[in-house]
Design a protein around this ligand. Sequence first.
Ligand code: FAD
Length: 337
Amino acid sequence: MPDILKNYSLRDLNTFHIDARAKYYCLCRSIKDLQELISDPVFLKEPGLILGEGSNMLFSADFDGLVIRPGILGREIIGEDKHSVQIQVGAGENWDEFVAWATTWNFGGIENLSLIPGSVGSSPIQNIGAYGVEVEHTIERVFAMDILTGQKLTFEKDACRFGYRDSIFKGSWKNKCIITSVVFRLAKHPELKLGYQQVADKMAGMDRQDVESMRKVIIEIRESKLPDPDKLGNAGSFFKNPVIAADDYDSLSTSFPEIPSYPAPAGTRKIPAAWLIDQCGWKGKRIGDAGTYEKQALVLVNHGNATGRQMLELAKNIERDVEKKFGVKLKKEVNII
Ligand SMILES: Cc1cc2nc3c(=O)[nH]c(=O)nc-3n(C[C@H](O)[C@H](O)[C@H](O)COP(=O)(O)OP(=O)(O)OC[C@H]3O[C@@H](n4cnc5c(N)ncnc54)[C@H](O)[C@@H]3O)c2cc1C
């Protein structure tokens, strides 16, 4: 039976570095640990929360229940053909260490997702994406455990219902299953995704046109734009980019001709939330220790000792101002606990 620790500090387990505490905390290093945990009286009595690396979470208060950390490790090549390899990776592996390993072997498909914080087990949950790539394109299946019964579950790719920062694990399976491992299919002869101008420009200056160079370029771009959570607490983009009906976009662009937008599915348009927030004067502002990043208004930052409640208050003020000015409701990408 894994240890269940009491009154556990979560400060180093969330990238906002909010000093919240869990009434109970349990690190599970195997499926057996998880299966044993779910018959423990603490599990049966207390509300539960699954925690990866806490890079997409804001603790607005202490957690009055059991925090479960799936720490299952391991990377294994379980199949291959002429063009690709199939790799099963434990949920507790660090995402970026997996990307680094894959690019060293010249396995392609996830290099554009370099330096995204978090665990492998969380990657399918919001279908992590960056620089024109979403992880769904490399996922073949997801293994999980039913929290109520301890039964092992397999979600083939189609059953994961991936969408923009979305999947079935944020919908009908939210908090009902624990992802234990993910099976990826990566290319042996990768085609680089150069859709982003900045990425293409930097790649043009690289000697080698391979996934390792791509990883270097992506890391360089990300480090120039996003704060390192170890130095300045944050959870990346706090809000999703709103997707609005084409008609609504037309009327908005009459009032705000300079509004940027990108095509989105079924006659809709996607608007950069950062632009909306910036236009409301929030970029680089701070109220006490809660603020927005000086280079990117979409990133909310903890300058030191902000509480979760103060961060949430800031987010609400931003939402209110954006809705008042543009009539657009921002939706949070970060999970509020
Ligand atoms: C600086 C920075 C940059 C970022 N950039 C990007 C980006 O470019 N693109 C992007 O998509 N995201 C980005 N993010 C967000 C974040 O990195 C991802 O959402 C990541 O996948 C979260 O992983 P995590 O392990 O920290 O999850 P957590 O924050 O711990 O958890 C997220 C959610 O998943 C659930 N969960 C976690 N593990 C499991 C599991 N094994 N089984 C079931 N449920 C589980 C939790 O209960 C919670 O609901 C960024 C974050 C930061 C801090």
